[in-house]
Write a protein of this length. Sequence first.
Length: 221
Amino acid sequence: MRFDILTIFPGMFESFMRETLIAKAIKKKRMAIYVHNIRRATNDKHHTVDDRPYGGGPGMILKVDPILKTLRMLPKKKKRRIILLSPQGTQFSQKVARRLAGYEQIILISGRYEGFDHRVTKYVDEELSIGPYVMSGGEIPAMVVVETVSRLIPGVIGHPEATRDETYSGSPDYVEYPQYTRPPVYRRQSVPKVLLSGNHKEIRAWRQFHSRRRKSGSRAA
């Protein structure tokens, strides 16, 4: 899969692409990430990508032209999706991630300042938000989408079954069972004996029993 990210801060993605699972997936050619600086699609010497909003108001608005020019410079795969990262968008979820994993190319447009000129929406397929809160830009949301979708690409995760039993991987209300590792006893807190038994049938039953539902309130902080 190919990810194209449009941003005015391309440097934010350098460590993201060098580290952990993402770097390994890129090295194995399971996916590719291309970061595009929309300032390069401007014509003035200051590389201006924003301007004051019509009608007045605080902040600056990202202009249509640099974004559209950048989009037109990108290669176009048969199955691609252009996504605007916006607080007005549909809530991103594991279900959405599974849908996006079926595409060959995902283009993510990251905003800044007070947002986009609304005319940008004419050139995208959908708008996504990662949550009901305000961030300074769309770069971190873009990373969230890439990280989540990439884990669903065949060959990215070493053990595909690792994604099967995770929270949100099945039913939207599913919450993963408790996990433990060594040591078996820590400050008088012991790992459940069944997990040390080697009895896979009993372990599976224990995990099913302890898989909770979000609506029960058990995940409240």
